[in-house]
Design a protein around this ligand. Structure first.
Ligand code: BYC
Length: 482
C-alpha cells in the first residue's frame, strides 16, 4: 500500500494529503470548517440532523475497500480530503504540453483559468445540497431518505475537495473563493449559484431522481474531463470523487426505474392499457408515464446547458493548456492536439438545424455533451425495458438537443421535443405537453407523503431490488425517534 492510500485521522479532517504536517493549509481549513458547519446546518437537509443515518464514509482510496458503513448524525459526518493515489511518472495527455510531466504546482500562466474551473466545479456541490434540502420531510421510505442524505453528505465532501485545492494552491484568493462558495445560494436573486441548473428547484422526489440521473451525470462527465488534467492534484481529486459519484447515478437510474415499475404494475393490476389515460392512472396513486416523460424533458434540457456553448474558445483554451481533457482522453486514438481535426456540431443555419464541421478544438464541449447524451440514452433504454417487460405500450425518449435550451446554439429558438423549430406562440401554446405543467406538479405533490415505517414504501414507487450494504428489507436506515 502506498503512502497516499492511508487515510490519516489524527487531525479533525480525515485526509491522505499529509495535512498534519502542512500547518498553513490545516489552519486555513480549520478556520473554514465552522463556516462550513454553519452552512450545513442552515442550508443542508431540513430536519433529521440529529437522527443517526446509515451512511457510507470514505476511509481510504483503495478501490477494494474505500468506504465503511455505520450510523452517523449528519453534522458529525467525517468530511475528509481524499486524493486518488499518484500515478508514478504521469505525463500530460493532451494539448500543447503533451508528454511533459504533470504539474504538482499551479503553472502561473494558467492560474486564473484553473481557479475558475475549480470554483465552478466547487459551486455546484453545495448548490445541489441546497436544492435538495426539503426532501427529507416527504421521503417515500427510510431507504430513499438515507440515499438522499448519502448523496448530500458526499456532495458536501466534494465541496471540501475543491476547497482544499483552493486553500492549498491559490493562497489568499483561494481562501476568499472558499468563503464565497458558502455565501452564494441556490436560487437566490442577489447571489445565485453560478450555473443555471443549480438554481432550479428540486420540488419532489421524482425531480430528485431525475436530477441524480441527468445532472449528476453531467457532474460525472465534467469530473472525468478534469480527471485528465495536467494539474495533478485536480486530477487525483476528481478521480476519487468519481468513486462516490457512481452511487449518485445509481440512485437516479434505479429511482426513476422504480417509479416506472410501480406505475406499470398498478396499470396492469387495474386493467388500464392506455398510458395516455392520465386521469385513471393518477387515480391509482402513481405517476403516469407521460408526466415522467415531461420531467425527463425538463431535466435533460437543463442539464445539457451545463456543457456550455457547443463552440467555445474557453473549452479550446482549457484543452490546449492541458487543464481539462476529453472524456476518457487517454483511450482516444488521435494526436491529442486536435490542431487540424474537425468535429461535427449541430447548429442553427438559416433557421434550420444542421450538422457543421467545426475545428475539433473549439468543439470540445460538444464532444463531451455527445458522450453524455449517449450515456443518457442507454439509461433511458433500461427504463424502456421495465415498461416493455410489464407489457405496457409506451416508450420514453430523450428530447432533441435543441429543445428548451438557454445556453448555446439553440438558446434563441423554440424547438419541440421532436426537434421541430416552432415560433414562440406555438411553443407557449404547447408548453404543457412538453414540460411538467402546474397540474402535473400538483399531482406529484399530492403523492409526496412521508413513509417512515421500516420496510414500507409510498404508493408511487416500487421497493428496491436489494438493500444498501446488503441490509434486509426492513432495515431502519434512518433512526427517527417516533
Ligand atoms: N449557466 O464558452 P462557454 C456537478 C457561461 S456538475 C450559466 O460556452 P465554457 C454536480 C460561461 O461561464 C459539473 N452560465 O462555456 C452535479 C461563460 O461566461 P464568460 C460542474 C454559463 O466555459 C450534480 C459564457 O457562458 N463542473 O459536478 O466553455 C450535483 C460562455 O461560456 C453556463 C463543471 O462544469 C451555464 N450553464 O463551458 C453536484 C466543470 N454555461 O466566460 C455536482 C467546470 C456557460 O463569458 N466548468 N456559461 O463569463 C467548465 O468546464 C465550464 O465552465 C462549463 C462552461 C462547461 C461549465
Amino acid at each position: 500500500m502506498t503512502e497516499s492510500m492511508n487515510v490519516s485521522y489524527d487531525t479533525q479532517i480525515p485526509n491522505n494529503v499529509g495535512l498534519s504536517s502542512d500547518r498553513r493549509v490545516l489552519k486555513a481549513l480549520e478556520r473554514w470548517h465552522p463556516h462550513y458547519l454553519d452552512w450545513w446546518r442552515s442550508m443542508g437537509p431540513v430536519g433529521f440532523q440529529s437522527a443517526p443515518v446509515y451512511l457510507r464514509t470514505a476511509v481510504g482510496v483503495d478501490p477494494k475497500g474505500w468506504a465503511k458503513f455505520g450510523f452517523v448524525r449528519m453534522p458529525e459526518y467525517r468530511w475528509g480530503i481524499l486524493l486518488a493515489p499518484a500515478e508514478e511518472g504521469r505525463t500530460i495527455g493532451f494539448g500543447e504540453h503533451l508528454g511533459e510531466p504533470v504539474w504538482q504546482e499551479v503553472p502561473g500562466e494558467y492560474r486564473a483559468m484553473l481557479r475558475r474551473l475549480i470554483v465552478i466545479q466547487g459551486d455546484t456541490e453545495p448548490a445541489s445540497v441546497e436544492q435538495q434540502r426539503f426532501l427529507g420531510a416527504t421521503a417515500p421510505s427510510l431507504y430513499d431518505m438515507r440515499n438522499a442524505f448519502q448523496v448530500n453528505v458526499e456532495e458536501g465532501r466534494h465541496l471540501w475537495a475543491m476547497v482544499y485545492l483552493l486553500h492549498k494552491y491559490f493562497g489568499r484568493d483561494g481562501r476568499e473563493e472558499a468563503e464565497e462558495l458558502l455565501r452564494r445560494r441556490s436560487g437566490d436573486a442577489d447571489s445565485p449559484r453560478m450555473l443555471g441548473a443549480f438554481n432550479e428547484e428540486t420540488p419532489d422526489w421524482l425531480s430528485f431522481f431525475m436530477f441524480t440521473f441527468f445532472t449528476d451525470r453531467d457532474g460525472k462527465m465534467q469530473l472525468e474531463s478534469l480527471a485528465q488534467s495536467g494539474f495533478d492534484p485536480l486530477s487525483r481529486t476528481c478521480r476519487f470523487m468519481l468513486t462516490e459519484e457512481a452511487h449518485h447515478m445509481f440512485v437516479g437510474q434505479s429511482g426513476v426505474g422504480r417509479v416506472i415499475a410501480r406505475t406499470c404494475e398498478a396499470m396492469r393490476a387495474a386493467g388500464i392499457d392506455d398510458p395516455q389515460d392520465v386521469e385513471r392512472v393518477r387515480a391509482l396513486g402513481v405517476i403516469d408515464l407521460p408526466t415522467i416523460q415531461k420531467k425527463a424533458n425538463l431535466h435533460f434540457s437543463v442539464s445539457l446547458d451545463l456543457f456550455g456553448s457547443e463552440v467555445s474558445t474557453n473549452a479550446a483554451n482549457y484543452f490546449n493548456a492541458g487543464l481539462k481533457g476529453r472524456y476518457r482522453e487517454t483511450r482516444i486514438d488521435d494526436d491529442h492536439l486536435l490542431l487540424d481535426a474537425s468535429y461535427p456540431v449541430l447548429e442553427l443555419v438559416d433557421g434550420a438545424v444542421r450538422s457543421v464541421d467545426e475545428p475539433a478544438l473549439t468543439a470540445i464541449n460538444m464532444r463531451l455533451r455527445d458522450d453524455y447524451v449517449k450515456e443518457c440514452a442507454r439509461g433511458v433504454e433500461r427504463w424502456n425495458k421495465i415498461i416493455a417487460d410489464a407489457g405496457v405500450q409506451f416508450r420514453l425518449a430523450l428530447p432533441h438537443v435543441a429543445f428548451n435550451r438557454k445556453i448555446g446554439q439553440f438558446a434563441a429558438v423554440e424547438a419541440t421535443p421532436a426537434g421541430d423549430l416552432v415560433d414562440a406562440a406555438t411553443w407557449a401554446a404547447r408548453r404543457d405537453r412538453f414540460l411538467p405543467s402546474a397540474d402535473d406538479g400538483e399531482h406529484i405533490a399530492s403523492l409526496m407523503r412521508p413513509v417512515t415505517e421500516r420496510g414500507a414504501y409510498a404508493s408511487w414507487i416500487a421497493p428496491p431490488q436489494s438493500g444498501i450494504d446488503n441490509k434486509p428489507g426492513d432495515f431502519e436506515y434512518v433512526r427517527i425517534a417516533h
